[in-house]
Design a protein around this ligand. Structure first.
Ligand SMILES: *Cc1c(COP(=O)(O)O)cnc(C)c1O
Length: 384
């Protein structure tokens, strides 16, 4: 990944610097409004990261110490860390072998009376079938289990014709440069519930009843109160100014990534021993991560292919991690049946280079390495 940043972002930052207002202020408010419109979300609350948005999501959803929160292990570690911030316990659930996401069946089998929330991830930008999971969680023996969407990778992906996150009770987004739309660091919480948004807005700012922006906007400021212990999870106007420019570029980013992904898909289709990530039947991916699974029929394994790519000057990456294998989560609970799919995918997948300004020639260099082992394949390169 390489962020697509240019003169427009530099200019936007310069304007904020010249304005003298650099912390959370009018640019953040505008970015929230535009993001909510773009994602068809009820309310948007900007945060310092997706990690802090996930924390706030669990707080406003009412997850309590001692609760269980179902999460995929097959995700960046922040997903599994979030429940621990509120004293809850992450419980790892296995994922679908094709999409790498949680499934309704997997969640149904894992629900217990202690489960109060599920974090469903749009892994690598592939939309999770949120409606199916919500249907399972809406009535769990008369209780409602909240489904938090970890849409860190999901800006620009769609689910049944709408942006991912649009149908979530609450969703968390990342603007880290590893994702499509970047603000350096940054995140967003979106929610359908006005009261959840309002509480998240206060909690990200020390639990203050009156925001700093509101106080500075008036000469004689109203006294603020601190109703509960909050955090400093604010985004800055410098970041939001970049975010506004990036948000306008998002459709072009998605279009170019999908074009590059289609070229990878065509080039390796029918290549022995490789399976590429693809759109699921219920939506479209922004291909935040274009991963391939190295199958048994390949003449080498994932690490062997990474070395071949490196020898050709191509820097690919191991696929998505498995949090349950990390010391930080070694004692975490795992649902009965274990995590065989997670372990297989994390051991056998690799993420190929893909970025907005990648040229067709650069991509052809990667493809050459991917198809070189398959001597049964006709010598036609679909990217050329
Ligand atoms: C990147 C990522 C995060 C963390 O995002 P930050 O903005 O860096 O906190 C969380 N969940 C998933 C699935 C991610 O890919």
């Amino acid at each position: 990944m390489r962020p697509w940043l240019g003169a427009a972002e530099a200019e936007a930052v310069a304007e904020v610097l010249a304005s003298g207002w650099v912390a959370q202020g009018p640019r953040v408010a505008e970015f929230e409004q535009r993001f909510a419109v773009a994602q068809q979300a009820g309310h948007a609350v900007a945060t310092s990261s997706c990690t802090s948005a996930l924390h706030l999501a669990l707080v406003v959803a009412g997850v309590q110490p001692g609760d269980d929160v179902l999460v995929p292990s097959f995700s960046f570690v922040a997903t599994a860390n979030a429940p621990t911030y509120v004293g809850a316990r992450p419980v790892f659930v296995d994922v679908d072998p094709v999409t790498g996401n949680l499934t309704a069946e997997g969640v149904r089998a894992a629900l217990t009376p202690r489960t109060t929330a599920v974090i469903a991830v749009d892994q690598g930008g592939v939309p999770v079938d949120l409606a199916a999971i919500r249907a399972v969680c809406d009535d769990v023996a008369g209780r409602h289990v909240v489904v938090v969407e970890d849409a860190a990778c999901g800006a620009g992906s769609t689910l049944r014709g709408r942006p991912v996150g649009a149908d979530a009770e609450v969703a968390a987004w990342s603007f880290h440069p590893r994702k499509l739309l970047t603000t350096g660091e940054g995140g967003m919480l979106t929610t359908a519930h006005a009261d959840w948004a309002q509480r998240a807005r206060r909690l990200r700012e020390h639990g203050m009843s009156v925001s700093a922006a509101e106080r500075h906007a008036s000469v004689l400021t109203p006294p603020e109160t601190y109703g509960e212990v909050g955090f400093n999870y604010r985004m800055t106007d410098l970041q939001a100014a970049v975010g506004l420019v990036q948000l306008a570029k998002l459709p072009a980013m998605v279009a170019r990534r999908r074009e590059l992904a289609a070229a990878y898909t065509a080039a390796i289709a029918g290549t022995r021993g490789l399976r590429a990530v693809a759109d699921p039947p219920w939506g479209t991916s922004n291909f935040q991560s274009f991963w391939v699974e190295v199958l048994d029929t390949h003449d080498t394994d994932r690490d062997g292919l990474l070395v071949r790519l490196a020898d050709a000057g191509v820097s690919a990456r191991r696929g998505i991690m498995a949090a349950h294998r990390q010391p930080a989560h070694a004692d975490a609970a795992v649902t009965p049946g274990g995590l065989p799919v997670t372990e297989r995918l994390t051991d056998r997948t690799l993420v190929l280079p893909l970025f907005h300004e990648m040229t067709d020639d650069e991509q052809a260099r990667v493809v050459d390495v991917l198809v070189a082992h398959d001597h049964t394949r006709p010598k036609v390169d679909a990217t050329r």
